[in-house]
Design a protein around this ligand. Structure first.
Ligand code: NAP
Length: 482
């Protein structure tokens, strides 16, 4: 299914021949076996890709929304029809269980579908003038050439969540995917190509992040950088983009709390907490990173959660498993370091706590639960990005909201309660861009997804997801009075 070498630089409608001196090997994180080699591009390729995107911009932005929409519809349909094969490729390069990978591909296609629909709804605004001699309107126009930088944890949907609205708005794009997972990006670009995307509208450059990033940042033709990834890299991009007053739309890290009150439905709360934490093996920006459980239910909650966690099957994502490998050795070390820090400071291990010793060489870790965690532990302050579940007891609603908010992150928070008044208090008082009440799956095409504080400054999804890619031009017209 995957060739030994895969062309991965696509500029102005052409796949570049691979240069044997500039190749990057892609590995399967479950087996550590090489999957293929792709191109390792840099500044020169990025410059060419930006020029191609600039050349294509008047053509693409000049089309009617309806026409752009048709290509996005087609791409969405093609992705849906090919979801099983695309899911398998995603699992091979990223590791997540096949059922999750196919779900991600279908989710990715649904973003293209949503924005195919939005493409023909670029409404402007009519402003009633305060004087009779003027007419005023606001016209939304595409920002221009966009640089899109994406991470490895959702190699398919993080791309379409950006490219869907960018293309619907009339922007042209240079995409730089994660070096761990370029194959899903290549497949998406191939789909756009087959769906009839004009040359130069979508360009792909894999390779040296610093060089590609630097060119996207310093080349004045690029008007917006849309980035999903760590807060550290997001801050760097924001600082550098300031030099040219370039727009940045940032989807960054998270540190999501789950708060389960004494009136929570325990079966629902433990099942959803488990699904939130162990989706993609804890490598999800919105997955539960810390659990605050009311002291009246903490014993039952922990017992039920432990039973569920111990039933999780680990192994290659291509088998019938719940947990695949972590992405790389650095991810294993991060989990191990947070665990050791917590244990040294008095946490108690409920289950797990070590690397998983199966018959595969990959980066596997046991799903782990810790209790008696305290706020000074690193795990209660930083994103884990692995299968580690810290549980802390609480008694008071105001205190627990304060604890949940006591972080620089502000992406997602979850509450389990059956109390309607508390539902609204939580929604209003938790400082997060997304609050899930008895719900841990808030990422859908029709609603705005994004963080506040150091979790980002943009929204992806919904009609809100178009805003980053549109300028609002004010047109003021003087008219003769009758
Ligand atoms: P990352 O290390 O920040 O990398 C993200 C992307 O940025 C990769 O393609 C990376 O390429 C690139 N990059 C790194 N340095 C760069 C530079 N100087 N210039 C240009 N590009 C650069 O993040 P990650 O480890 O891939 O992803 C995990 C993080 O993403 C977590 O913090 C997670 O919470 C966050 N995330 C957030 C959301 C959200 O919607 N808020 C969604 C998914 C993930 P290289 O790998 O080659 O450096």
């Amino acid at each position: 299914m995957i060739e030994k070498q895969t062309k991965s630089i696509y500029i102005d409608g052409n796949w570049r021949t691979l240069d044997p001196a500039k190749l990057d090997t892609i590995y399967n994180p479950a087996t550590l076996e090489p999957l293929t080699e792709v191109a390792y591009g840099g500044a020169a390729e990025t410059k060419e890709a930006i020029a191609a995107a600039a050349k294509a911009f008047p053509v693409w932005s000049g089309m009617t929304g309806r026409k752009r929409s048709r290509i996005l519809y087609k791409a969405s349909e093609m992705m849906m029809e090919d979801a099983e094969r695309l899911g398998e490729i995603l699992t091979l390069e990223q590791g997540k269980p096949l059922k999750e990978a196919i779900g991600e591909v279908k989710g990715a296609a649904s973003f293209l579908l949503w924005y195919a629909e939005e493409a023909s709804r670029g409404y402007g605004e009519w402003i009633p003038s305060s004087v009779r001699s003027k007419r005023m309107l606001v016209i939304p126009q595409p920002v221009g050439v966009v640089g899109a930088i994406t991470p490895w944890n959702f190699p398919s949907s993080m791309i379409t969540r950006k490219l869907g609205p960018a293309l619907a708005a009339g922007c042209t794009v240079v995409l730089k995917p994660s070096p761990e997972t370029p194959l899903s990006a290549i497949e998406i670009v191939r789909i756009f190509e087959k769906a009839g995307m004009p040359s130069g509208v979508v360009n792909l450059v894999t390779g040296n992040a610093e060089e590609i990033g630097q060119e996207l940042l310093t080349n004045k033709t690029v008007r917006l950088i849309t980035f999903t990834g760590s807060t550290k890299v997001g801050k760097y991009l924001m600082r550098e983009a300031a030099e040219h007053v370039k727009k940045v739309a940032l989807e960054l890290g998270g540190h999501a709390p789950i708060i389960a009150f004494e009136d929570a439905d325990l079966e629902k709360a433990t099942t959803l907490a488990l699904l939130s934490k162990f989706r993609n093996n804890g490598q999800t920006c919105i997955c539960a990173n810390r659990l605050y459980i009311h002291e009246a239910i903490i014993d039952d909650f922990t017992t039920m959660l432990k039973q569920k966690v111990e039933q999780l099957k680990i192994g290659s994502g291509l088998e019938d498993v719940d947990l695949g490998p972590l992405i790389n050795q650095a991810a294993i070390e991060k989990v191990q370091n947070q665990l050791e820090d917590a244990l040294a400071k008095g946490a108690e291990m409920v289950t797990g706590g070590d690397k998983w010793q199966g018959d595969l060489k990959g980066h596997f870790y046991q799903p782990t639960i810790l209790t008696n965690v305290t706020d000074d532990m690193v795990i209660m302050q930083e994103e884990t990005f692995g299968p580690l579940f810290p549980i802390q007891a609480f008694t008071d609603e105001t205190d627990v909201f304060q604890k949940a908010n006591n972080t620089d992150y502000g992406l997602a928070a979850y509450v389990f309660t059956e109390n309607t008044s508390r539902t609204f208090r939580a929604a209003e008082k938790l400082d997060f861009g997304i609050v899930g009440i008895n719900d841990v799956f808030p990422a859908v095409p029709e609603a705005p997804f994004g963080g506040i504080k150091q979790s980002g400054n943009g929204k992806e999804g919904g009609h809100h997801g178009m805003e980053a890619f549109l300028e609002q031009k004010f047109v003021s017209i003087g008219v003769n009075r009758d």
